[in-house]
Design a protein around this ligand. Structure first.
Ligand SMILES: Cc1cc2nc3c(=O)[nH]c(=O)nc-3n(C[C@H](O)[C@H](O)[C@H](O)COP(=O)(O)OP(=O)(O)OC[C@H]3O[C@@H](n4cnc5c(N)ncnc54)[C@H](O)[C@@H]3O)c2cc1C
Length: 466
């Protein structure tokens, strides 16, 4: 802990800035609001968000055909409805304002900036046309304003590398028809793009076996619910070593996933029009190209080594595909003025307290969510993260270890943003955008149609312009 910070005053509410209004940031606000400190001395929270709308990857990551998960947004409303919590959207930390700016107004700053990029996969051919990062495709189909409006979907045979839930999302969206996805919230440009999708075969590749796949059981079984998708697993891809058997005994989830895959491997293949193959023990070795474009994937067959890991067999297989989606993990971006662990893609921290290069706590600075512990886990997991981080922040407050903000009224923050000429969106603005998106969906009997363009989002958020 850094020495002798000026203690926060107990006569006014604790002022906290949260950067990133995804689930982790919103749960952090919720934990603060539920603490004893919310009564005395009170808390006042500003949630800064770079997008014009809040909710992070719930809006821009979760697949559109997962309306139940998207519905978590409704539960998060009650946090942002609280008068002590203020949303300031369309503001990018690092570009529009700095850590020093925040220190002027807040006793503590929490970063919950999540992850939005693809982890690199270093195999030859990765740069070829037709080789895509899953995060970019996800951003496209989820209507993120900062990616191109069109997506090339000419490939008839497609490979998806990775065996986690993001790989399942990407494979499912590629294998479904545009009309199957129409009842969801997908924007018009995405529906049109998907109508032109030529993919009839989607091949998902995992380096290891069924017991090592990172799928969750529900999401895996869901693949089989589409009337257009025939899920196919080869019997020779079902194999377990001693460590795999232990993993199945110790984890219900691993066992359920293994059982589902086993069932699929022994059933007869049906005649639904699109084939989705789940391949195991195939390690991506090279993306094959011709004239700068993807024409195939070379994998090396692997086998279990007894410990749940695999070794190469020296046998290579070539798969004819015209597009490859790399779903090997998300990665957080470096946050300005904070230490960053490039390998883990996290801000070094202890239970949410940001650690400086010499391992001491950077006073009044905290992290939560994916930027705290890496891009793994479900939305629900960010709640536990937030509770831990907030417990540390409040303990530091009680110990007089936060650096008190020099300025601190809500109006001063607004004056600062206006002085800088930074247009921002608000929570009331989100209600207007929400109503606008719902009204776009209504004539088509859909719950909503997402607005994609930043300017359009901004306009719909303004009073009387939706
Ligand atoms: C493709 C995909 C599908 C998923 N599907 C599911 C699912 O079905 N069910 C489930 O439970 N979980 C799912 N998850 C996981 C879930 O999305 C994460 O657990 C959760 O979103 C992490 O929350 P977070 O708040 O840490 O990060 P994020 O959700 O990434 O939120 C971070 C927020 O910070 C903002 N931000 C970033 N940088 C700045 C900056 N400089 N200034 C201001 N704001 C900034 C971002 O715009 C974003 O709004 C999925 C994840 C992905 C990638």
């Amino acid at each position: 802990m850094t020495a002798a910070p000026e203690a926060t005053s107990t006569s006014r509410p604790i002022r906290v800035a949260i950067v990133g209004a995804g689930p982790a940031g919103i749960y952090a606000a919720d934990a603060l609001m539920k603490s004893e400190h919310a009564k005395t001395p009170g808390v006042s929270i500003d949630l800064y968000e770079r997008m014009p709308a809040p909710f992070g990857l719930i809006r821009y990551g979760v697949a559109p055909d997962h309306p139940r998960i998207k519905g978590i947004i409704q539960a998060l409303h009650k946090v942002l409805d609280k008068p002590q919590v203020r949303l300031l959207g369309n503001l990018d930390y690092g570009t529009d304002f700095t850590l020093e700016d925040l220190r002027r107004f807040y006793d503590a700053v929490i970063f919950s900036t999540g992850a939005n990029a693809d982890r690199a996969l270093n195999i030859p051919g990765v740069e070829l046309e037709g080789s895509y990062g899953a995060a970019d495709f996800v951003s496209w189909y989820d209507g993120h304003p900062d990616v191109p409006r069109t997506w090339p979907l000419e490939a008839e045979k497609v490979a998806v590398l990775g065996v986690g839930n993001v790989a399942l999302d990407v494979a499912r969206v590629l294998a479904k028809t545009g009309d199957e996805l129409l009842p969801t919230e997908i924007p018009a440009n995405v529906y049109e793009g998907l109508l032109a999708n030529k993919a009839t075969e989607v091949h998902v590749f995992g380096r290891r076996g069924p017991a090592q796949a990172k799928f969750t059981p529900l999401e895996l079984r869901e693949l089989d619910h589409s009337p257009n998708i025939e899920v196919i697993v080869a019997p020779e891809d079902i194999d377990y070593d001693e460590a795999s058997e232990v993993a199945r005994r110790e984890s219900k989830q691993v066992d359920m996933v293994s059982n589902t895959l086993q069932d699929w491997a022994i059933r007869d293949v049906g005649n639904r029009p699109h084939k989705l193959f789940l391949h195991f023990f195939e390690s991506p070795h090279e993306i094959l190209g011709e004239d700068g474009k993807v024409v195939g994937l070379r994998t090396e067959r692997t086998e279990l080594d007894g410990t749940g890991n695999v070794r190469g067999t020296g046998e290579f297989n070539d798969w004819e595909v015209q597009a490859i989606y790399r779903a090997v993990g998300y990665l957080s971006e470096n946050i300005a003025q904070l230490p960053f662990d490039e390998q883990a893609g996290t801000v070094p921290n202890e239970a949410g307290r940001v650690l400086d290069d010499d391992g001491t706590h950077l006073t009044s600075t905290y992290v939560t969510g994916w930027i705290k512990r890496g891009p793994v886990g479900l939305i629900g997991h960010t709640k536990g993260d937030a509770n831990e981080t907030i417990a540390c922040l409040l303990a530091d407050y009680d110990a007089g270890a936060l650096t008190a903000a020099a300025e601190g009224t809500s109006d001063e923050v607004i004056a600062f943003l206006e002085e800088r000429g930074l247009p921002y969106t608000t929570w009331e603005g989100w209600y207007r955008l929400d109503a606008h998106e719902r009204s776009l969906g209504e004539p088509q009997g859909r719950e909503r149609v997402k607005v994609v363009e930043r300017d359009d989002m901004f306009r719909a958020s303004e009073p009387d312009k939706a």
